[in-house]
Design a protein around this ligand. Structure first.
Ligand code: DQA
Length: 145
C-alpha cells in the first residue's frame, strides 16, 4: 500500500516568492508543492501538502496524521520557536518527522536558534532552500523502507 507523507507549513509561508526573497527565495509555495509531488511519486510516496497561518490548524493536521500519514515533513515557520502545542502534537505521532527550514536559522537572529520542534524531529534540514523539502522526502523514504 502506498504510504502517505504529510508536508505541513506554518505561518507566512503562503507568501513565499514575495516575502523577503533575499532570504526565502523566489519560488512560491505552489512551486514547492509541485516539486514535492514529483519527488514523492518517484519515491513511491503519496503526499498531502498543507499550509496554515493558524497554530491550531497545524496541531489538527498533526492529529490527522496519526491515522493517515506514515511520516511528516514540517516547516513550522515562526511557530518553530514558540509552539509547545505543535511539539506536543508531534510527540503524539509515532512515525518519523523531518523539520525543514528554507533559511539557515542558525545564521540569523538568536531567537531563531531555538526550535521546540527539534526536540521531537528525527532530522533537521536548514539553509538548503526549497531543496530541503526534497531532501526531507528522501530521508523519510529511507526511514520508512
Ligand atoms: C523559516 C525560518 C523561521 O525562523 C521563520 O519564522 C519562517 C521560515 C524558514 O523556512 O527558514 O517563517 O521556518
Amino acid at each position: 500500500m502506498t504510504k502517505t507523507v504529510f508536508i505541513l507549513n506554518g505561518p507566512n509561508l503562503n507568501l513565499l516568492g514575495q516575502r523577503q526573497p533575499e532570504i526565502y527565495g523566489r519560488e512560491t509555495l505552489a512551486d514547492i508543492e509541485t516539486a514535492c509531488a514529483e519527488v514523492a511519486a518517484d519515491l513511491g510516496l503519496a503526499t498531502r501538502f498543507f499550509q496554515s497561518n493558524l497554530e491550531g490548524e497545524i496541531v489538527e493536521q498533526v492529529h490527522a496524521a496519526r491515522a493517515e500519514a506514515a511520516g511528516i515533513v514540517i516547516n513550522p515557520a515562526a511557530y518553530t520557536h514558540t509552539s509547545v502545542a505543535i511539539l506536543d502534537a508531534l510527540k503524539a505521532f509515532d512515525g518519523p518527522v523531518i523539520e525543514v527550514h528554507l533559511s539557515n536559522v542558525h545564521k540569523r537572529e538568536a531567537f531563531r536558534h531555538h526550535s521546540y520542534v527539534s526536540l521531537r524531529a528525527d532530522g533537521v534540514i536548514a539553509g538548503c532552500g526549497s531543496q530541503g523539502y526534497l531532501l526531507a522526502l528522501q530521508r523519510l523514504s529511507a526511514l520508512l523502507s
